[in-house]
Design a protein around this ligand. Structure first.
Ligand code: MRU
Length: 355
């Protein structure tokens, strides 16, 4: 029922990545064929593929594209290119840690193979690991959906921010996964989607994918969230994340922090849904998370005519940080972390072998 956002098409070597060109949604649902590393980096930068887990899948396949382009190169040349391609991909977007995590995992698979392994075998290993990341992501989304669905009562109204659905992952999404599963199980769920300025992921993507799936959705502008929560319309907030610090602070799309403050003010539970690959054991707290700043034009003329005077100063951070104390629970594929804090996050990471 949910859309397929990204997949490898054809054999390896010789295939390419097919992904939904999200910049064209909701007007056109077109597939972009990505054949080279440069094309993949450009796709990540322009947000043709976006959302933390989907960026991770794209990064793994991006390395495969880079090495496939080399042909049957000597193994040393292959390893040099692997290292440079990894650095190029890592610089594409800074905040979603799934990107660096997927690069370390795919490249790591090859880096530990014997030095005389011929390049076709290295490429095969890289391709298999990238594919594993994609299929594991789909399974993790489903598991988070099953766990999170228990938090949604029949007849609920849920508010979400940005797009943390199928379009943001290799599966049925993170924040939207519990909604998909709850609906599958026969519950009635109404979704309220924040528009999500400046790039309108809520309006263009969440409203689109939920409508495609036949789930009831009402769109509001970001500035309406306070009135919406105050009116008692919302039973729970569900959002995704781009990076979760070791103390449980949650980085997500700009505007999420405001929604968390509002949810606390109105005693509405604020749930974050994210796989283990979104946790960053190297980041002690939210203040240490690098926040991407994007072009001013996204604010002044994002979708057509200029809506601000020429030359006006603009601040355009793409993400913000919600302190752990405002988070009711984090739903992961390994269980639900209620009242996340440093001790609980570290116990989870230790249990998963991440620290
Ligand atoms: O800039 P984007 O569209 O990549 O931002 C995406 C988000 O902030 C999502 O909420 C986050 O990646 C979680 S996606 C499952």
């Amino acid at each position: 029922m949910a859309v397929e956002t990204i997949r490898w098409q054809g054999p390896c070597p010789g295939g390419h990545v097919a992904l939904i060109e999200q910049t064209l949604l909701p007007g056109r649902a077109e597939i972009a064929a990505i054949h080279t590393l440069a094309e993949m980096i450009a796709a990540i930068r322009r947000l043709a593929v976006r959302g933390a887990p989907a960026i991770g899948v794209a990064a793994g396949y991006g390395l495969v594209l880079a090495l496939q382009e080399l042909g049957e190169a000597p193994t040393e040349r292959f390893r040099e290119r692997l290292s440079s391609a990894k650095a190029e991909l890592a610089a594409a977007r800074p905040t979603a840690v799934n990107l660096a995590w997927a690069l370390a995992r795919t490249a790591g698979k090859v880096e530990c193979m014997p030095l005389d392994t011929p390049s076709p075998a290295l490429l095969a290993a890289l391709f298999s690991e990238a594919g594993a990341i994609a299929s594991e992501d789909a399974a993790q989304c489903r598991r988070m959906g099953e766990l999170g669905a228990e938090l949604i009562a029949d007849g609920s109204s849920v508010l979400t921010h940005c797009n943390a659905g199928a379009l943001a992952t290799g599966g049925i999404g993170t924040a939207l996964a519990p909604i998909y599963v709850a609906v599958e199980r026969g519950k009635r769920v109404h979704v309220w989607a924040d528009e999500t300025r400046p790039l309108l992921q809520g309006a263009r993507l969440t409203a689109w994918e939920l409508s495609e799936a036949g789930i009831e959705v009402t769109l509001i502008t970001d500035s309406m969230a306070a009135a919406c929560l105050a009116s008692g319309r919302i039973d729970a907030v569900f959002v995704g994340s781009d990076r979760i610090a070791r103390n449980g602070d949650v980085c997500n799309k700009i505007g999420t922090y405001g929604v968390a403050v509002l949810a606390r003010r109105h005693a509405v539970p604020f749930y974050v849904v994210a796989p283990l690959s979104t946790f960053d054991p190297d980041v002690p707290d939210g203040a240490s998370i690098p926040i991407e700043e994007r072009a001013p034009e996204e604010v002044t003329e994002g979708f057509g005519p200029r809506t601000a005077p020429a030359g006006v100063g603009v601040w355009n951070p793409a993400f913000d940080v919600t302190p752990a104390e405002l988070v009711t629970a984090i739903v992961t594929e390994r269980g639900i972390l209620e009242g996340p804090d440093r001790a609980k996050v570290e116990a989870l990471l230790r249990d998963a072998g991440r620290i």
